[in-house]
Design a protein around this ligand. Structure first.
Ligand SMILES: Cc1cc2nc3c(=O)[nH]c(=O)nc-3n(C[C@H](O)[C@H](O)[C@H](O)COP(=O)(O)O)c2cc1C
Length: 280
């Protein structure tokens, strides 16, 4: 989306489609490959109206779930067969093109994409509060870019950000301290298979599955939540790069331990993806 925007070809993402039809139209291998998302680029003035999920019906599911590897089973369970559109209802419009990219002021988005790398050795130094706010703003904008309601919550584990106590925070429109915890970074490192990147980052953004997942478009929500977490993750990389900071996505962690650190108890969040950010 960032590249499309920079090239004057804004992209419109389309998460709602008939899976078998799209797979067939792009020649995917049956039972081996599946489409997750379609992006139309070069759409003139992409519409901004709210999403209206289309009518859909059941798809063919494997007879014996145990015979199917879990990733492919998840794809089958979140697939749709679109019903013939009712001529009285307007076609669904999932097109939104919010600014999913980094700081708008950045002069060279394509250069930024080229520059973007995972960075794993962070300095002890703290980052400015402004850097954290900009990162969270970029993640939030990306969460709206799919053209479906956001199914991802945003938490932050802070080790060293100017003016903030170390601990876990929740971010909706504002940052709210959930629990001060001086050792949060060390504990997050141990919840993340002892990856030092988690212990040394100034802060770690945790993208978690919202409680509303499953209630918007049924099982399809899980697919959308993962896409949104991935998009927010890459928006965080670009924002960090634009600010001269390092970033590293982390997917290898113990789910329960990470959730327990962010917000212990019965409302423990379900982490999907972490992004560690800090000074190089
Ligand atoms: C979903 C996801 C999970 C990742 N998990 C880890 C991880 O647990 N540890 C790690 O060091 N890097 C992790 N990475 C970073 C990748 O290793 C890195 O993005 C990849 O090697 C490509 O390198 P680049 O980001 O420099 O382009 C993850 C990246 C993504 C997108």
């Amino acid at each position: 989306m960032v590249a499309g925007e920079a090239l004057g070809l804004p992209c419109r993402l389309e998460p709602y489609f008939d899976d078998a039809t799209l797979a067939h139209s792009v020649g995917l291998v049956r039972d081996g490959e599946g489409a997750l998302l379609a992006a139309g680029c070069g759409v003139e003035r992409p519409p901004r109206s709210p999403t209206q999920p289309p009518k859909h019906g059941p798809v063919e599911l494997p007879e014996l779930a145990d015979d199917v590897e879990l990733t492919r089973l998840s794809h089958a369970l979140t697939s749709w067969h679109l019903a013939r559109p009712d001529p009285a209802t307007p076609p669904p419009d999932a097109g939104l093109t919010p600014a999913a990219g980094p700081t708008r002021a950045h002069a060279d988005p394509l250069g930024l994409i080229r520059q973007r790398r995972s960075h794993r050795s962070f300095a002890q130094a703290s980052t400015a509060r402004e850097d954290l706010d900009a990162a969270l703003g970029a993640a939030s904008r990306a969460l709206g870019a799919l053209g479906a309601p956001s199914l991802v919550d945003v938490f932050v584990s802070v080790r060293a950000v100017d003016g903030l106590a170390p601990g876990s925070y929740h971010f909706a429109r504002e940052l709210a301290l959930l629990r001060a915890e001086p050792a949060i970074a060390t504990r997050l490192q141990s919840a993340g298979l002892e990856q030092e990147v988690l212990g040394r980052a100034a802060f770690v953004v945790a993208l978690t599955l919202a409680d509303t997942a499953g209630q918007v478009d049924g099982p399809r929500d899980f697919r959308h939540a993962l896409l949104q977490a991935g998009m927010a993750g890459q928006a965080l990389y670009l924002e960090a790069t634009a600010r001269g900071l390092g970033a590293c996505g982390v997917g290898a962690f113990f789910d329960d331990e990470v959730g327990e650190l962010l917000r212990p108890g019965p409302t423990r969040p379900r982490a999907l993806h972490l992004v560690a950010i800090g000074k190089k």
